[in-house]
Design a protein around this ligand. Sequence first.
Ligand SMILES: [Zn+2]
Length: 448
Amino acid sequence: MRTLLQGVDTVISCDPNDRVYRNADVWFCDGKIEGIGTFAGNADKTFDCRGMILYPGFVNTHHHLYQYFTRSLERVQGMELFDWLRTLYEIWKNLNEDTVYLSSLAAMGELMRYGCTTCFDHHYVFPKGAGDLIARQMAAADELGIRFVASRGSMDLSKKDGGLPPDSVVQTIDEILADSQRLIERYHHPEKDHMHDIVLAPCSPFSVSGDLMRESAKLARAYGVRLHTHVGETRDEENYTLSRFGMRPVAYMESLGWLGEDVWYAHGIHMNDGELDQLAATGTGVAHCPCSNMKLHSGVCRVPDMLRRGVKVGLAVDGSASNDGSNMMNEIRTAYLLHRLTWGEQAPSGYELLKMATAGSAALLGREDIGSLETGKQADCFLIRREQPDLLCAELDEKDLFGNVGYHKPCDLVFVNGQLTVEGGRLMNVNEERLYRDGKREVARLLG
Ligand SMILES: [Zn+2]
């Protein structure tokens, strides 16, 4: 099956040479980009892309999809992370397969409509008897047609052990490792399937024991899967590891074997120079989540200092209860403004943030096959129409557009693995009206 995007006005490739193509054809075969230039041959399907700008699909590197159904709850709006978590766990402990399936459809649907083609999710709430939650996430991703990296998250420290979550959502280390192994063996086959991956992701230093962190790292490395957790999000967390273990967060992670090319942390805000040097030296990455960090008053990630040192940084929306949307275009715009305010001339440019959201994020997931538009890479991309009043003048600088100006509409076309998944801003494979009705019913149950 060969698909042709004919006469694309501008292709922003985000490749290592920052190539931009004008009036180019782009064609895909069997899910991969076969060429960028002038097409001669026969295509099975042709899209007229004159007057459109083509970008690589965004790669989201941190999310909690289930939180889509606890967005904007009045009772937690004034809280910071620890109190916010304690309150929301009382709702999250009632989630089930329907909550996870429908919230995954809705949140990843929103992500994809705004140009995201790969989503990583950090799911760590597994209430007793709630069913096979990761299987339901995989089903939602398959239905949407989005590339999905699921995590087997975990928590083994409840309130009675000095952690934050209630007893009913934590599990024993043996239960967690057995289910992690089951999911890796069922879904993680990168040699033949690039649509699904598994990552092991114990939740955070304050809801997980050191033993679980260590054992998860051993299991992940035995299977060659990656590791992810929250680190350096708040001062409370810093105080927690200092008072409990006598170590700063990164030193604590190092003591557990949690530094390396195969590890990336969410947030990485409260880190000193030495800790940033350690991340750079070990290839440990950071998923930057500006909206969530602002909303929860967590702080500002030292992104310019990280980039200067060569720390790998990707972009992410974080969970829907602390964003409260799932829109990578909005995340780029927010990051742009936040860092301009905080660091002035040192702030990353709009284009640097676009690359962070594409190639940079792909590197965190250890994926060389996504994040840029190049021959041989996966055909994951989105198009927006240049010729519209909203983009007058802004279109003169297509590379910086999402940071400098912002773009606030869903995409005209989105392709994942060469398949059309969004057209005219609407999901191609999911009935949006039915999703709204079913989702509303589940929200009522969960919050009721
Ligand atoms: Zn998070």
